[in-house]
Design a protein. Structure first.
Lengths: 163, 686
């Protein structure tokens, strides 16, 4: 009986693996991916403040034209950098929806993660300092619980609130 | 319009504002002097300062009533009324004129601050000395706003020359019912953070012993936070319902300005528990309260200075420099008092275990502050870039999606895990036990979503959607399991059924379980947001009988019609909506032309498809864009926005949770009597 159980679990795992592989392969080969990616890196310049492919601003005079220009650039075989550069030349630096990942623009991307890292370091330092701090003195006559007795009370408390 | 109305009203308003400045100045200076030199005389002076503070509310209320009266009486000799109203403006919008422009909104801000101050000064008996300090701080802030109103942004300024027969009218975007509610809610949030700040600064100055100020502040903060939350969501809903681009959040600087104090305020609502229960994070809380207040002012500076371009900021004006100075003064004041008095803010307890509620709050606060930094950084970076390299850059949705969304996902994870951690120490065993079923549920949801076609490797937005859905589900499952576990313990001890036990559990610790309901609401909001990558849209010139297909729905043009009223003329389409062969509704997207301002405005129509799909509900969102100039045919744009209605449902749950968290706790139920009754002996009692 234990052998059969082991076998059935293995079979279930194999079937799950086949499903995962199947769904992974189903995502391959999307022809519009570059258009979608680049379209999400450009802003509509009508003043709506929307990403080009998400601009559905009422009466927008720009987004349709810009989408056509983007599609034409991809049809010409321009690479991503060249396409973005041509938009920057025509519409200015603000047409790119996010700071560049080169030059000073890199600072925009790095800074939040630097802050997160510094914050994490500080929190870890605070946790360490607090853990190493001596316990506050108890009032006279009170004996702190330790070792097995403390564990027994904790187990009892856990038992009382468990499902 | 009578002579009295045109001449006397503005003068009464101006005088009321001047008197308010005098009273606030008295309350600030005399109140501060009395606190610096304590004694019997100073007690009486403190009392006069308190009463002057109360009177400030009366005078600003008078000025506000005068401005609204001027709007209702079409007093176009007042420049502000001329620029923001017209004769045919409907009554509710004439009332909303109070907060529709620069000067009026500053007056409204002062009115709300005076109202908060009024309540605070009436409740002074809770702790007269601490309240006296808080009253002085509030008076200081009032002096700043009243100086602005009396000097730089006077709402009762008179137009030069001939009084025009009609006003320029209210901006059409603002002529929507939510505009009557959204700004008051947002301002109640912004202004309300002055109160916790006033208590914090007061406590810091007087080296307040104990945590009582935190208890007093917590309730104010929750109320304020609730208002700000409602204000932010109403703003998003207003944008969604009026702007006609089908979205509700665009990471615009003005939107970001409201989000920043909300993030630090939320962090404070969590970390304040550390101070209350464990005497920890005293310094941190002090700074968090200060920065929440400071960011609210910074947001006002952003929207009114014109320093950062935004699609819906107020007009550029000189008052930005006033706010700049005020920000520096408040920062310097707070730093000064902190350096002088920080020694009494040491933590009292040690951390017993890393796996504990305490450490989860530390990480939660870190993530909230980092999220706030991301928003602040993204908002200011175009300006920084301009200063450093001479050219502006755009920091739009792709930046926030790549930087803020991962932080938000981590926060969501902590929202799920945090409630399962006990104070002081949690055993890994109990964490595993409590976490297993919610995790299994969340993973199962993830698998189902992948099977249904949401493949995280296909697009980064799909990955975020999948992660957000799983984590939101995790939050929901852990909240439910917390209620059930607690309910079962009470049920076991009291003998009541599970549901009444859960209700009692909630009523016995309203703050904790109200907070869990807020978490539940946040998870529902996240579920609403994660539908964004699956939005569909379609645009078409539509004649009679023409169709637009979008998702499973078909819109058929039945007719177009026109109307006219004194305020605007309009055109609208009549569209029948079908799902399959069944007609499910008729929609009337509209386009208006406001006469006073000659500005057009679309009024989209939104149909949430609850009746068709309760859980995977979508908004069918239809815009009448106008006519094609060449063909004369009307253009209709339709959007299908999945899950958006969940966002507003989540807000309602969050409000409900906040309100219940404010209800006082009930007494515990008596335990079931379990002592065995001894059988009476024969003849006993004889």
């Amino acid at each position: 009986m234990p052998t059969w159980t082991k076998f059935s679990w293995r079979r279930v795992a194999q079937i799950a693996l086949v499903f995962v592989a199947l769904f992974t392969l189903m995502g391959v080969g999307d022809d519009d991916a570059r258009f979608r990616t680049l379209g999400h890196h450009l802003m509509c310049v009508c003043g709506c403040g929307q990403v080009l492919l998400e601009c559905n601003h009422v009466g927008c005079q720009y987004s349709d034209r810009m989408r056509v220009e983007l599609a034409a650039a991809l049809d010409r075989g321009d690479n991503d950098d060249l396409t973005l550069q041509s938009f920057i030349q025509k519409y200015g630096t603000t047409v790119v929806a996010a700071p560049a990942t080169t030059g000073f623009g890199r600072v925009a991307w790095i800074m939040p993660f630097v802050v997160l890292l510094v914050g994490l370091t500080l929190v870890v330092m605070v946790v360490r300092a607090w853990r190493n701090r001596p316990a506050p003195a108890l009032a006279d006559g009170i004996q702190p619980l330790r070792g097995a007795e403390l564990e027994r009370f904790r187990e009892q408390a856990d038992k009382e609130v468990e499902l | 319009m009578s002579q009295f109305s045109s001449v006397a009203l503005p003068q009464i308003g101006s005088f009321a504002l001047l008197l308010a400045l005098g009273l606030a100045g008295y309350s600030f200076i005399v109140g501060a002097m009395a606190l610096i030199n304590p004694g019997p005389v100073s007690d009486r002076l403190t009392e006069t300062a308190r009463r002057a503070g109360i009177a400030v509310f009366g005078t600003i209320l008078l000025a506000s009533v005068v401005l609204v009266t001027a709007a209702f009486s079409d007093n176009f000799s007042v420049a502000y009324i001329f620029h923001h109203s017209n004769r045919d403006l409907p009554g509710p919008y004439k009332f909303a004129v109070l907060w529709s422009g620069q000067e009026g909104s500053l007056l409204f801000w002062s009115l709300l601050l005076a109202a908060y101050g009024f309540v605070l000064r009436l409740r002074y008996k809770t702790d007269p000395r601490l309240f006296a300090y808080a009253s002085v701080v509030i008076a200081g802030v009032q002096v700043f706003f009243l100086l602005l109103l009396n000097i730089a942004a006077h709402p009762f300024a008179i137009l030069e020359g001939q009084v025009p027969p009609d006003g320029s009218g209210l901006n059409p975007l603002l002529q929507y019912p939510e505009m009557v509610i959204h700004p008051p809610m947002l301002y109640l949030g912004y202004v309300g953070f002055t109160v916790p700040f006033a208590f914090a600064l007061g406590a810091l100055i007087m080296r307040y012993p104990g945590e009582k100020w935190i208890h007093i502040t917590r309730r104010w903060t929750m109320v304020t936070w609730g208002f700000l939350t409602i204000g932010i969501f109403l703003g998003a809903h207003w944008a969604y319902s009026v702007l006609g681009w089908g979205g509700y959040w665009g990471w615009d600087p003005v939107e970001n300005a409201s989000l920043m104090p909300w993030l630090t305020g939320t962090a404070f609502l969590h970390s304040v528990m550390m101070q209350e229960k464990r005497g920890m994070l005293k310094t941190w809380n002090m700074w968090l309260v200060f920065f929440t207040f400071w960011l609210a002012i910074l947001g006002t500076f952003l929207t009114r200075s014109g320093i950062i371009s935004s699609v819906h900021a107020f007009a550029q004006s000189s008052i930005g420099s006033w706010f700049g100075v005020f920000l520096i003064v408040t920062l310097a004041t707070f730093i000064g008092f902190y350096i002088a008095n920080h020694s009494h803010l040491r933590s009292e307890h040690k951390l017993e275990s890393v796996i504990s509620r305490e450490s989860s709050f530390l990480f939660n606060n870190l993530l909230f502050v980092v999220a706030c930094f991301v928003v602040l950084w993204g908002t200011w970076f175009p300006k920084i870039s301009e200063l450093v390299q001479g050219s502006k850059v755009t920091v739009g949705a792709p930046f926030y999606n790549n930087v803020a969304v991962p932080v938000a996902l981590l926060l969501l994870l902590l929202t799920a895990v945090g409630p399962l951690l006990a104070w002081r120490r949690t055993s890994l065993e109990s964490l595993k036990r409590n976490f297993m079923w919610p995790s299994v549920g969340a993973l199962a949801l993830g698998v189902v979503m992948m099977v249904l076609g949401i493949r995280p490797w296909k697009d980064i937005s799909y990955f975020y959607s999948l992660m957000a859905a799983m984590l939101a589900a995790l939050v929901i499952f852990t909240v439910i399991s917390e209620f059930v576990r607690g309910g079962r313990v009470i049920s076991r001890h009291s003998g009541f059924a599970l549901l009444p036990s859960m209700m009692h559990l909630w009523h016995r610790n309203t703050r904790r379980y109200g907070g869990y309901i807020v978490h539940f609401g946040v998870a529902v909001v996240i579920i609403g947001i994660l539908g964004t990558p699956f939005n569909k849209e379609s645009e078409k010139e539509m004649g009679f009988g023409d169709k637009i297909n979008i998702g499973p729905y078909t819109l058929v043009c039945q007719s177009y019609t026109q109307d006219d009223n004194p305020n605007y003329s309009n055109e609208w389409a009549i569209l029948n909506v079908f799902k399959g062969n069944e007609q499910i509704t008729t929609m009337y997207p509209e386009r208006r032309l406001y006469k006073a301002s000659s500005q057009p405005q679309t009024i989209p129509r939104i149909y949430p498809t609850y009746a068709q799909d309760l859980f995977l509900v979508s908004d069918l969102y239809v815009v009448y864009e106008g006519r094609n100039e060449e063909t004369g045919r009307p253009i209709i744009k339709a959007h299908l926005n999945p899950m958006v209605p969940w966002i507003w449902t989540g807000l309602l749950i969050m409000i409900f949770g906040t309100v219940t968290a404010l209800i006082p706790n009930a007494a515990p139920l008596p335990a079931r009597v379990t002592a065995r009754v001894q059988p009476a002996a024969v003849g006993a009692g004889d």
